[in-house]
Design a protein around this ligand. Structure first.
Ligand SMILES: Nc1ncnc2c1ncn2[C@@H]1O[C@H](COP(=O)(O)OP(=O)(O)OP(=O)(O)O)[C@@H](O)[C@H]1O
Ligand SMILES: [Mg+2]
Length: 369
């Protein structure tokens, strides 16, 4: 068990003051456009991982014409309750857990969170960077060690690129950078392969439950120029990466940039044995798949961290037909604490029993029954 029981916002975005009690199950925020629905989800994400899914510019959080913003979340967990507070000043940020100052990273994903927003269609339609960011953000929430593995790799990658750009070329130095790249790169790939292998059956289940046609969703990890077989072990990946580095050597010298390694990773989603969703999926199919990725991630986090993440769904309902809406709601009941925003109550054809409804209007939230 893990859920957000209370939320307080002061001068955050368009909220002068908000004090809210939430249910452990489904919490639905209804309101017209531009009233403050997404702002609430953003605040919850900040309390969970210390950064927003919308912007890096922290001064944007402060309500206009004010000096500072304050957020507080009270969480209930199996091992007791705790409180996270964040204060944003014009140039400063302060985080506290149970009243004690902490560094940003110490609070990162203490409560894991999975967000689905309309931009996540890019996970299907967009470039590979969207998919790598998706993998990396959630791996960091699954295992805090991944952050170091990832940062170590990208540091080496940058240095190797600098080496390739320098006019002076030394074969021994080339070997040194290769060894580093292979060491660190193999670790990144192992983590990603672990996640993508684990998520496979969960996304397939989520996707077939939401889709009417009982479509089968499949994910393939594209790594080092091929579909990476999940059974590959450390030795196998090292060997692949080594071979790939030799293969692209000429091209690297010419283009002066590293061309082999997990910085070029991607994954492909297909339905019903090989229909590539990016090229052939309908809008609805693509949205369903993007959502299935997020619901799958909820289950991977539940399994690996032994506690479920919060699930935040921004504007998801209006995009689906009634059948998909109903199946989604069925999945959400009894899943994990979920916050959903929507513009109309009609988006909930079958009102989930026990769900809380809130009305959002011009930076204020009221109970709706
Ligand atoms: N720092 C800020 N100070 C004051 N108001 C802000 C600030 N940042 C954003 N806003 C305002 O908050 C309002 C609500 O934003 P939000 O994105 O939460 O709306 P929403 O209810 O999700 O709408 P939609 O249905 O269109 O997605 C916007 O009108 C925006 O101008
Ligand atoms: Mg919104």
């Amino acid at each position: 068990l893990m859920f957000l029981s209370g939320l307080e916002l002061r001068n955050f975005r368009n909220y002068p003051l908000l004090q809210l009690k939430l249910l452990p199950g489904v919490n639905i925020f209804l309101g017209e456009n531009a009233q403050g629905k997404t702002n609430i989800l953003e605040a919850v994400v900040l309390l969970c991982i210390g950064k927003s899914f919308r912007t890096r510019k922290e001064s944007d959080f402060i309500r206009w014409e004010n000096e500072a913003a304050y957020l507080k979340g009270n969480f209930e967990a199996d091992d007791g309750t705790f409180q996270v507070e964040i204060g944003f000043g014009a140039q400063t940020k302060k985080i506290k857990i149970n009243g004690q100052d902490v560094k940003g990273f110490d609070c990162f994903a203490k409560v894991p969170v999975v967000v689905f927003s309309p931009e996540d269609l890019q996970l299907i339609k967009g470039g590979p960077q969207y998919r790598r960011d998706f993998i990396d953000l959630y791996l960091a929430q699954i295992d805090p060690k991944y952050r170091h593995v990832y940062l170590n790799y990208y540091k080496i990658l940058q240095q190797r690129n600098r080496f390739l750009k320098a006019s002076f070329y030394s074969p021994t130095e080339w070997e040194v950078w290769n060894e580093q790249l292979i060491d660190k790169g193999t670790q990144v790939i192992l983590y990603r392969a672990f996640l993508l292998e684990k998520i496979q059956s969960y996304i397939a289940t989520a996707h077939s439950r939401i889709s009417v046609e009982r479509e089968f969703l499949k994910l393939d990890y594209c790594c080092l120029g091929k579909y990476l077989n999940p059974e590959r072990n450390e030795t196998g990946i090292r060997a692949l990466l080594e071979r790939e580095i030799q293969r692209v050597k000429g091209a690297e010298m010419e283009r002066k940039i590293s061309l082999a390694g997990p910085q070029r990773d991607d994954f492909v989603l297909s339905i019903n044995q090989g229909i590539d969703l990016k090229t052939f999926g309908s809008q609805g199919q693509q949205r369903t798949a993007a959502l299935a990725l997020k619901l799958g991630m909820v289950e991977v986090i539940r399994e690996t961290r032994e506690k479920p993440p919060l699930l935040l769904l921004d504007d998801v309902m209006s995009e689906f037909d009634d059948t998909r809406k109903l199946s989604l709601l069925k999945i959400l009941i009894n899943s994990t604490q979920t916050l959903i925003t929507a513009t109309s109550r009609r988006d909930f054809p079958d009102l989930p029993a026990g769900a809380a409804f809130f009305g959002v209007q011009r930076g204020a939230v009221s109970d709706v029954d």
